[in-house]
Design a protein around this ligand. Structure first.
Ligand SMILES: C[S@@+](CC[C@H](N)C(=O)[O-])C[C@H]1O[C@@H](n2cnc3c(N)ncnc32)[C@H](O)[C@@H]1O
Length: 484
């Protein structure tokens, strides 16, 4: 695929004095390999060269094919998408420095967008198009950074609080020996109003990490601050995982997870509303069900959501008459049909072993539904409709507690970092990209205890809204922020 040109809006060169101060803050050592992942007109290349680093130890990449006089300071590769390049190259670096593009992934031309949105986050999930290109650059840079290496980037001030950067901040404690964030109250670039942060991270994969945040009023004072980089005291990152593990409980100890009803002959037992009307079956002869992962659309399912599925022609009825109904009218006629005429295959194993054959056993109570087969990972859809159940393409969850608010709380806890880490390990991946989760293994997932007395119904609704639109981070942040 031919790559698009870089959008003009992202070509904002770094002021020379700032580039020099950042490069000096990282410093060289005699064998260090340097990388500038989007060198543009080469401000950083010049600064690295001024530090005495020979061209043989500097690699530079840029999408823009237009050469610049500073290209002579490095081995430069133009017309390349850094995000693609980082995935394929065998080169590894001791210093990575630059000013990555600030652009929303959504706004990229397709030839660039596909790669950017599929860059894997720290949690191994694609970052999605809600993130920004600079974030993809940071993640891709980590892939090519050597153990013990350092990285310094000019980032938008949003990097300190944007949702999509939380994962990277969370991971800091596990990935770098120290991180310094230099923030300036005034814009550092002449034509850019956005505040700027300079992030300097040292000692890749050599935790525990020290974090230092410093604020400056002017660019000049920030440059002075950078000259003392690496020499300040900071605070230690929170050690998150051990602290949190102390107060966890398994999903299996608070809820039962079972397969939905196994009909033995889905073609006969499952139907949509049109078919029910054609057969003139009374509603009492059927049980409302959900029968597909795509029927689980939001944090809960109620009568209205189910009615929408019904109106959309989905198979949401399970034929399950009482013995009395089965002896009368149209229900009796349907029960009596031969297989050739569209009746049930009574020799099917599951049908043959039950009495009466037309009563599919269903798990009860059905407090929530869960798809064991999904791309994004399993999540709970709380059942708010009386008598609604599910067939065996879905799992049915029955909670110990009858306090509904707590169902939402545990459902949210499944999005916590602790739970997600375990869930990722138990999924079995299939060639089509789907991942399967077994009920037994799901039951062993440890969930953190969350604070009581929160409005978990609306918090969970928010988490699922984010999750189902590709923003798993927001769901995770919500769950983590309520952890005890
Ligand atoms: C903000 S400018 C910074 C240029 C230079 N690093 C500096 O500081 O002056 C961003 C640069 O990213 C380049 N760029 C944009 N998307 C890219 C991509 N996917 N791969 C490599 N370079 C890219 C642009 O061509 C532009 O030169």
């Amino acid at each position: 695929m031919r790559l698009a040109k870089p959008p003009t809006s992202c070509k904002v060169p770094t002021p020379r004095d700032l580039a020099r101060a950042i490069v000096n803050a990282l410093g060289d050592d005699s064998r260090a390999m340097w990388l500038e992942p989007s060198h543009g007109s080469g401000v950083f290349l010049r600064a690295i060269s001024e530090l005495g680093v020979p061209k043989s130890r500097i690699i530079a990449v840029d999408l823009d094919r237009t050469c610049s006089p500073s290209d002579r300071f490095a081995q430069t590769f133009r017309g390349l998408d850094f995000l693609r390049w980082a995935e394929k190259t065998n080169l590894r670096f001791d210093r990575i420095v630059g000013n990555p593009p600030f652009l929303s992934i959504k706004s990229l031309p397709i030839s660039l967008r596909q790669k950017a949105e599929n860059v894997l986050d720290i949690n191994e999930q694609p970052i999605g198009r809600g993130a920004n290109v600079w974030y993809a650059f940071v993640l891709a840079s980590l892939r090519v950074l050597k153990k013990g290496g350092s990285l310094a980037f000019v980032l938008p001030s949003a990097s300190e609080f944007a949702n999509y950067s939380v994962a990277i901040r969370d991971a800091i404690g596990e990935t770098f020996g120290s991180v310094e964030l230099f923030r300036c109250a005034r814009p550092l670039f002449e034509d850019v109003q956005e505040g700027t942060v300079v992030a300097v991270a040292r000692g890749y994969q050599k935790p525990p990490c020290l974090v230092r945040k410093r604020r400056f009023k002017t660019k000049e004072s920030l440059l002075v601050g950078l000259s003392t980089s690496g020499k300040l005291n900071g605070h230690k990152c929170r050690a998150r995982t051990p602290q949190a593990l102390g107060s966890t409980t398994t999903l299996g100890s608070i809820a039962k997870i079972r397969l939905g009803g196994v009909t033995g002959d889905a073609g006969y037992f499952l139907m949509n509303e049109r078919r029910r009307q054609e057969l003139a079956l009374p509603e009492e002869a059927l049980t409302p069900i959900v029968s597909k992962a795509k029927h689980l659309r939001s944090h809960s399912i109620d009568r209205q959501v189910w009615a929408d599925l019904k109106a959309a022609g989905e198979r949401i009825w399970l034929f399950s008459p009482s013995p009395e109904l089965a002896k009368a009218g149209k229900t009796k006629e349907y029960v009596a049909l031969t297989p050739e005429a569209g009746g049930c295959n009574k020799e099917a194993y599951k049908v043959s072993i039950r009495a009466p054959w037309y009563c599919t056993p269903l798990p009860s109570p059905a407090d929530a539904f869960l798809s064991g087969m999904s791309q994004g990972g399993p999540w709970l859809c709380i059942n708010e409709m009386r008598k609604l159940n599910a067939t065996n393409t879905l799992y049915v969850v029955s909670f110990e507690t009858r306090t509904r608010e707590l169902w939402y709380m545990w459902a949210l806890a499944m999005f916590s970092s602790i739970a997600q880490k375990q869930i990722r390990r138990i999924g079995r991946r299939y060639a089509d990209g789907l991942v399967k989760y077994e009920p037994g293994q799901l039951g062993e997932v440890r969930l953190p205890r969350l604070r009581v007395d929160e409005d978990y119904r609306s918090l969970y609704a928010r988490a699922i809204r984010a999750f189902t639109t590709g923003d798993a981070r927001t769901a995770r942040e919500l769950a983590d922020s309520l952890q005890l």
